[in-house]
Write a protein that binds this ligand. Structure first.
Ligand SMILES: NC(=O)c1ccc[n+]([C@@H]2O[C@H](COP(=O)([O-])OP(=O)(O)OC[C@H]3O[C@@H](n4cnc5c(N)ncnc54)[C@H](OP(=O)(O)O)[C@@H]3O)[C@@H](O)[C@H]2O)c1
Length: 252
């Protein structure tokens, strides 16, 4: 069974679709449960697979702990964990950043990932099988102006990916990081707190990656034979050469 956090939109939703197309049983988690239920219904009907859904706020430590206590038997059925839930708010110079934005970014991308991973790793290690796939970002290696705290959390995700791999060495558990460049999702809408125009301008006149580009890479990573561990994949759109260099074409 594949457990995906943040499966209610964007890359997480695309991962659910891509694994479903390979007939993998799924367990989808996010806060917007109605979206998950709708997606689950669609995937169950199309692919005749098992799809569980859970309303889970990864930043709420007590809720996450209770989630793992309440679901012990199903947790042991999970062999692939896709740590995808993530966000940021604001795009401000560090000297004028908001503590609320920083708290949310750090709590979601870092502590949320840790809380969920903590629930699965003992089972993976005991069984000698399992695959953690962390959705990082090119922002982890190449910091961009005003990206400060978001980039820092993604660099921390890289460090944790490496740390997990070192500590799990010898158990048979695989740990991978997929680091996308720009993908059109709700990410910018969340970053700009619902400002649709500003969010749309991020992707304007520029061929970004699709969520499916990333999902197919995640599935490919998971489908390598057990003795092969893809450590990291960095994926940029062809029209993006770095976190700050974009080739935008004016529409004619
Ligand atoms: N888009 C890009 O260009 C890009 C590039 C590199 C990396 N990434 C990374 O890709 C991942 C997915 O982002 P996306 O681009 O697909 O954005 P998105 O469309 O906004 O999806 C983010 C997902 O995270 C979930 N989420 C956020 N906070 C959560 C919480 N507290 N508890 C549980 N789930 C939570 C959201 O679900 P709910 O709101 O329903 O909870 C949503 O399903 C993130 O880690 C992001 O940093 C994105």
């Amino acid at each position: 069974m594949v457990f995906i956090t943040g499966a209610s939109s964007g890359i997480g939703e695309a991962c659910a679709r891509a694994f479903a197309a390979r007939n993998r049983p799924l367990w989808l988690a996010a806060r917007r449960i109605e979206r998950l239920q709708e997606l689950a219904q669609e995937l169950k009907t199309r692919f005749a697979i098992e799809v569980k859904t859970s309303c889970l706020d990864v930043i709420d430590r007590k809720t996450v702990e209770k989630f793992f206590q309440d679901n012990q038997s199903d947790i042991t059925r999970v062999t692939i964990l896709v740590n995808n839930a993530g966000l940021t708010q604001g795009l401000d110079p560090i000297q004028s950043g908001s503590l609320d934005d920083w708290d949310l970014t750090v709590d979601t991308n870092l502590k949320g990932l840790l809380y969920v991973t903590h629930g699965f790793l003992p089972h993976f290690a005991r069984r000698g099988e399992g695959h953690v796939i962390n959705i990082g970002s090119v922002a982890s290696r190449w910091v961009y102006p005003k990206g400060n705290v978001y980039c820092a959390t993604k660099r921390a995700v890289s460090a944790l990916t490496e740390g997990m791999r070192l500590d799990l060495h010898g158990t048979g558990v695989r740990v991978s990081e997929i680091s996308p460049g720009m993908v059109e999702t709700e990410f910018s809408l969340v970053r700009f707190k619902g400002d649709q125009e500003r969010a749309a301008s991020v992707y304007k006149n520029f061929r970004v990656l699709t969520t499916n580009d990333i999902a197919e890479t995640v599935v490919w990573t998971a489908e390598r034979p057990a003795h092969v561990n893809i450590q990291e994949i960095v994926i940029y759109p062809t029209d993006q050469a770095s976190t700050t260099l974009f080739h935008r074409k004016e529409k004619t």
